[in-house]
Design a protein around this ligand. Structure first.
Ligand code: SF4
Length: 483
């Protein structure tokens, strides 16, 4: 039986009305400016909507017109648009854009696909989107969601997005051309996800032939929303390079621990350098915060619960260029994932670390005035003699210097709770071991990875643990059960 496209679009329009509006449509609605739509569309490729929205806002403060964009250098543009995907390439495209617009189109943004694809960084998909969204002209923007879902429905039978676009031009009633992309992007992100779509709660479940689909199993522990009585599992792990960890079975550990929120430090990679299997894990919202310097630092968070808000960094470029802190805000708690700086041999970077420490503590204090705060990550400090194998020998070394311990004292005196020590006061409980001297086998280690909670949230802590049997990094994961 032929797929009933009319009924499907009608049902989906109601369904996605509450979903987030795709960022490019939002910018079109807010500005009615083809230049801004074009720029936001270029930024949006391979980038999450919230990251595109923030980067676009920043960029439009500096360059709201073609003329203003023309005076920005590639280096300046890289800084402004970071961390959108492929930010270096996109900065180059944007820097070249004003001259091409001027030379070929007298400084205006063209309104046809053939003209738009002559611009730097503009492919067929971007061109279709700009024509449809900025100029309200018939165009079908076929991205991966449209291509994938149209084939699942059996409405087309195609191998590539371009074939899908051509097939839809023949078949799809023109009244749907403008809106189909926005509808299917929202639907593809929210329900008909690329891996294991939510067929069980889909409005089209009786209509859809589900061609080639493996629906997700309903799992009790998968939580799409937050409710009062839940107990959450949080995991934090310094993976010391996510690409290396993936080769050592990271995903097996990830699924085995089945955390509601899984926080990573020291990912040492840009999302573009990672395989799709880690970028799109069904049931998780993923937030990346890589460092600007390649192969260094960086954090990421995977969350089953959709946060209300995501804050990248601490508002200080000195630290934020190193991608050290991501904060997710939920209904009744903030989740702060942090990779604290290493003070470095001879404490060369102690001033930098102290400034970072003071800044993040002030930020936690501000959050704690509003609701619970959970801070996790590699704090790069062992607090007490019990927290490392050789305290005496390390008293002047980074990670156990007097200054770093004094900061931990300050945190604890302020009432923050080192959750692991609520449940385990034994020595020999470590989270990091040097790769040298067979240190892990001999358990010559340091406890430098923590879950801390604010003073008012001690009663919300149910359990905390160190998973020192899990390998794949020189750190092991730590976890917290929190209600
Ligand atoms: S029933 Fe499943 S495969 Fe079909 S549209 Fe809905 S979520 Fe997608």
């Amino acid at each position: 039986m032929a797929f009933d496209i009319k009924q499907a679009v009608s049902l989906l329009k109601k369904e996605v009305a509450d979903y987030q509006v795709p960022v490019v449509d939002l910018i079109a609605a807010q500005t009615k400016d083809p230049f801004k739509v074009l720029v936001a569309t270029i930024l949006s490729a391979r980038t999450k909507d919230e990251v595109t929205a923030t980067a676009s806002r920043r960029l439009f403060k500096h360059a709201g017109t073609v003329e203003e964009l023309a005076v920005l250098s590639v280096t300046k543009l890289e800084k402004i648009i970071y961390p959108v995907g492929f930010f270096r390439n996109k900065a180059r495209y944007l820097a070249a854009l004003p001259a091409v617009l001027q030379e070929k189109f007298s400084g205006r943004v063209p309104d046809t696909i053939d003209e738009l694809i002559q611009l730097p960084g503009v492919g067929r998909k971007t061109a279709n989107l700009v024509v449809a969204v900025a100029f309200n002209k018939p165009a079908i923007c076929v991205d991966t969601h449209v291509h994938r879902i149209m084939n699942i429905w059996g409405y087309v039978d195609t191998k590539t997005p371009l074939q899908t676009e051509m097939a839809l031009r023949d078949k799809l009633p023109p009244r749907y051309w403008l809106e189909i992309n926005s509808i299917l992007v929202a639907f593809g992100q929210g329900t008909c996800k690329p891996r294991r779509p939510h067929c069980d709660r889909c409005v089209l479940k009786d209509l859809c032939p589900k061609n080639g689909v493996t629906p997700r199993k309903t799992q009790n522990k998968t939580k799409a929303t937050q409710t009062d009585s839940q107990v959450y599992t949080f995991v934090s792990w310094n993976v010391n390079g996510l690409r290396a960890a993936l080769k050592k079975g990271f995903l097996d550990t990830f699924f085995e621990l089945d955390a509601d929120i899984f926080a990573l430090q020291e990912i040492k990679a840009l999302p573009d350098q990672l395989p799709d299997e880690i970028k799109q894990i069904a049931g998780y919202h993923v937030f990346w915060y890589p460092a600007q310097k390649k192969g260094y630092s960086g954090t990421a968070v995977f969350s089953k619960i959709e946060p209300k808000n995501v804050i990248y960094g601490l508002g200080d470029h000195t630290f934020d260029s190193e991608g050290r802190v991501i904060t997710l805000e939920f209904n009744d708690f903030f989740f702060v994932n942090a990779y604290f700086p290493n003070a470095q041999p001879k404490l060369k970077r102690i001033d930098f670390k102290q400034k970072f420490n003071n800044t993040i503590l002030a930020s936690m204090d501000r959050f704690a005035e509003k609701k619970s705060v959970v801070l996790c990550g590699d704090l790069n400090v062992a607090h007490k003699p019990i927290d490392l194998a050789n305290p005496k020998a390390n008293e002047k070394n980074p990670g156990y210097s007097a200054q770093e311990r004094a900061w931990m004292d300050e945190v604890v005196h302020a009432g923050y709770v080192d959750t692991f020590r609520l449940f385990n006061t034994d020595p020999g409980q470590y989270t990091w071991w040097s790769y040298r001297f067979n240190a892990r086998a001999k358990n010559i280690g340091w406890r430098i990875d923590y879950f801390l909670v604010d003073p008012g949230s001690r009663d919300r802590v149910i359990d905390a643990a160190i998973h020192d049997d899990i390998t794949g990094s020189d750190h092991c994961p730590v976890s917290l059960h929190f209600r």
